[in-house]
Design a protein around this ligand. Structure first.
Ligand code: NAP
Length: 239
């Protein structure tokens, strides 16, 4: 293993993922910038390096088995291992997404990225994470995935495929945490809050820097911290 902490952030070329990469980089960590588009990836790596982060590009399409396997190999070769995985990449998919208008292809596309992508990347990185002294998996979820909040009387209808993908991601977080409970790997989900990014046409009210803080907190939890949790900046979110 590398002496320095090595992290992979998926979807790190822009938005919240970029700021997670910058925040973890500011801790002196080596950051794998997972991104599928070569130009966007290289631009982000250059920008991160210019601001002092030891960043390296990791070509990564979370929907593609071969891409994910190649990313694991690249990280092993380039960094000698992996300590922290931030599953940040996600899409909302095409709108509208009410249950009665939802196209099956929309559900498949959103699930392929937001759920299966997380399983694909996590399982590919697990052999390296198992060898780390302080391995952490951070799943970027959303409060819209909370069944407790979805069923609250004052909660509006929200895009169904995206919302359900985050509910599924929350369930996965719990199940991974349970399966890995006899290891030192902590698996936690975080909600960044409604943030101005491409994901919502920059309608969010928080900055990507503010949104990154929950992921940075969960990525830097000390050993023996809780696993299988769901939280935001202000504390636990009901499942
Ligand atoms: P964003 O600006 O749209 O960024 C999403 C990132 O995911 C981009 O880097 C995108 O890459 C990448 N991505 C999408 N599909 C990918 C794939 N198949 N393979 C690899 N990378 C892929 O969104 P964001 O707002 O920063 O969202 C980051 C995370 O926070 C997501 O998990 C989102 O669900 C969650 N979240 C966001 C908000 C919010 O208000 N923004 C609220 C709650 C939760 P490209 O540039 O190549 O598309």
């Amino acid at each position: 293993m590398s002496e320095r902490t090595v992290a992979l952030v998926t979807g790190a070329n822009k938005g919240i993922g970029y700021e997670i990469a910058a925040g973890l980089g500011a801790l002196g960590w080596r950051i794998g910038v997972g991104a599928r588009d070569q130009h966007r990836r290289e631009t982000a790596v250059e920008k991160l390096r210019a601001s002092g982060t030891d960043a390296f590009g990791v070509p990564l399409d979370v929907t593609d088995d071969a891409s994910v396997a190649a990313a694991a190999e690249l990280i092993a070769d380039h960094a000698g291992g992996l300590d922290v995985l931030v599953n940040n990449a996600a899409i909302t998919g095409p709108m509208p997404q009410t249950p009665t208008t939802l196209e099956p292809t929309t559900v498949r596309t959103v699930m392929e990225t937001n759920v299966i992508g997380v399983i694909r990347v996590t399982n590919a990185m697990l052999p390296m994470l198992r060898r780390s002294t302080a391995p952490r998996i951070v799943n970027m979820s959303s409060s819209v995935g909370s069944l407790a909040l979805q069923t609250a009387p004052d909660t509006d209808l929200l895009p169904t495929a995206y919302l359900a993908s985050k509910t599924y991601l929350n369930a996965l977080t719990i199940q991974y945490a349970k399966e890995l409970s006899d290891t030192n790997i902590l698996v936690n989900a975080g909600c960044p809050g409604f943030t101005a990014t491409d994901l919502n046409g920059f309608r969010g009210t928080r900055t990507p820097q503010q949104a990154a803080t929950i992921a940075i907190h969960l990525a830097t939890l000390p050993n023996n911290s809780p696993t299988g949790t769901f939280s935001n900046d202000t504390g636990p979110i009901p499942w």
